[in-house]
Design a protein. Structure first.
Length: 211
């Protein structure tokens, strides 16, 4: 995925948001891919509406839309796959907060939503690393999934874990890799692999926990 740059724009007036949402839905309907939509429904991605728009095309569409907090919040409330994915692409990072990230993740049902929210929004936040340890300890699988994919992104950016945090992360990862949540287990494995690639010390510590 290629990140969509967040631009500085004049905020939309509150009264214009419903009209903008209607325009977006019309555009999405015109982009609808029926076979992909049906395949997603068969895999359990149950939304009120799923247009089956491919992610690259959705990202191109996002680049033409206002990056506006009110618009992103309104899109997130729609039970439409594409609207919820667009929300993370259009929310200005400097107008997002850790508390709002918690609220968004509480309503996430599918890993695709978590992926887009992390990639397009959370990884840009200066406070993002503060979410990882609390989310790893969550009983909710999608919070743990989000923590692992966020950690991967931050490690790619050159961020590093303290030894204490690394041990806690690896302990959670070992438990999730051995667990029954397939998507969480895969995300945990990827995070451990990314961590082990940070250096010799990280590689040795990861090996100690997982072998």
């Amino acid at each position: 995925m290629s990140n969509i740059p967040q631009t500085t724009e004049t905020p939309l007036a509150a009264e214009t948001i419903p009209d903008k949402i209607r325009e977006i839905k019309q555009e999405l309907r015109a982009m609808m891919n029926g076979p992909i939509s049906q395949a997603m429904r068969q895999r359990g991605l149950t939304y009120k509406v799923n247009f089956g728009v491919e992610l690259p095309r959705l990202q191109e569409f996002a680049a033409t839309l206002p990056h506006d907090r009110r618009l992103a919040l309104a899109l997130w409330q729609e039970d439409i796959r594409e609207c919820r994915l667009l929300a993370g692409m259009l929310m200005p990072p400097n107008e997002f907060s850790a508390d709002l990230a918690e609220l968004w993740f509480e309503s996430i049902r599918f890993t695709e939503e978590a992926d887009c929210t992390v990639f397009h929004l959370l990884r840009e936040e200066p406070w993002a690393s503060e979410l990882i340890m609390p989310w790893l300890a969550s009983e909710r699988p999608l919070f743990r999934y989000g923590a692992y994919i966020l950690l991967c992104q931050l490690l790619r950016q050159g961020k590093r874990l303290t030894t204490r945090d690394a041990m806690e992360f690896l302990d959670h990862a070992r438990s999730d890799i051995e667990g029954t949540e397939h998507s969480v287990a895969l995300a945990a494995r990827r995070a451990v692999l990314r961590y082990s690639e940070c250096g010799m010390a990280e590689e040795r510590l990861a090996a100690t926990f997982l072998h």
